[in-house]
Design a protein around this ligand. Structure first.
Ligand code: NCD
Length: 311
């Protein structure tokens, strides 16, 4: 696998995805073998938006590889507050780090920033755009629980603003997957994403619905997402759809016994807590998979960039 930067999941071929997932499985099986790979490497964390899982799992992943991190900290305590541009900030921090992780509220920010730096830049979410490292851990979780062949997945909730959805949907076109998209009309997938999915699809079939009714029994995986309040231009519009598209214990009566329920988290009230203790719930395992998968990705990128391993 050779990638200079990881900005969208569209850059990832099926072979790239399998390389990362296979490496993550090796790490999961034998974490000690990867413990001191990058003692001289530093990962720069630049988070211009809140994050718990993504930031902490990158931090943990780098430390478990034997490396270290430098963290820009909150926007309020950085020079961004003084009016520094993103292009300047990334050019400064690339001097302190061997790779950068960027989360930014503006769609397209990661692409733009990547054009200013030579070290690998990983997009950890750009507005309503993409979130490709989340996709890799989602795919790892799907592969572990349901397999990626002959899969039927329902993706439900905020398909308009949900960047995890945009990235996952693109990546799934590399596999033999039926994708059902379930949302209110106002939160449907952006038309350009649907157009791209039709262009990219190999074995993939794509359908859009406004209700889960009738679809649930066919699903191997249900991927639920949060309605992204912070991205709504109008609070009234948010109020109209908030609270829709929730899943509770009653739904499970119609579901297959093997249904895997995923969520990138944070959840608000999309999944009832009663589901947490059932065999269907995979969302905490999914969040934990962020560590081996990000370790795998960093290992592959840092070794390409002339790190300590020779792969
Ligand atoms: C998501 C994000 O930030 O895009 N969370 C995550 O990275 N696990 C989803 C969300 O905020 O709803």
């Amino acid at each position: 696998m050779h990638l200079d930067h990881l900005v969208t999941s569209k850059q990832l071929s099926r072979a790239d995805i399998e390389t990362v997932l296979d490496r993550a499985a090796e790490i999961d099986a034998n974490p000690g073998a990867f413990a001191d790979r990058y003692p001289d490497s530093v990962l720069g964390l630049l988070f211009f938006e809140p994050s718990t899982r993504t930031k902490m799992s990158f931090d943990t992943a780098m430390k478990r590889l034997g490396g270290d991190i430098v963290d820009m900290g909150s926007v309020d305590s950085s020079s961004v507050k003084k009016g520094e541009t993103l292009a300047d900030t990334v050019r400064v921090i690339e001097g302190y780090a061997d790779a950068l992780v960027l989360r930014h509220p503006k769609q397209g920010a990661a692409q733009m920033a990547s054009e200013f730096v030579d070290v690998p830049l990983l997009n950890a979410g750009d507005g309503a755009g993409h979130h490709p490292t989340q996709t890799l851990l989602d795919l790892y979780t799907i592969r572990e629980n349901a397999g990626l062949e002959d899969l039927t997945i329902g993706i439900m909730g905020d398909l308009k603003y949900g960047r995890t959805v945009h990235s996952l949907a693109h990546a799934l076109t590399n596999f033999d997957v039926h994708q059902h998209f379930i949302s209110p009309e106002s939160l449907q997938l952006p038309r350009e994403v649907v157009y791209d999915l039709h262009q990219e699809q190999e074995g993939t079939q794509i359908r859009e619905h406004d209700s889960l009714e009738g679809i649930l029994p066919d699903l191997d995986v249900l991927y639920v997402t949060r309605i992204q309040r912070e991205r709504f231009p109008d609070e009234n519009e948010y109020q109209k759809v908030a609270g829709e598209y929730q899943i509770g214990p009653d739904h499970l009566e119609d579901a297959s016994d093997d249904l895997t329920i995923m969520h990138p988290l944070p959840r608000v009230d999309e999944i009832a807590p009663e589901i947490d203790d059932t065999d269907h719930a995979a969302y905490f395992e999914q969040a934990h998979n962020g560590v081996p998968v990000r370790m795998a990705l960093l290992d592959l990128l840092l070794s390409n960039a002339g790190g300590e391993t020779d792969e």
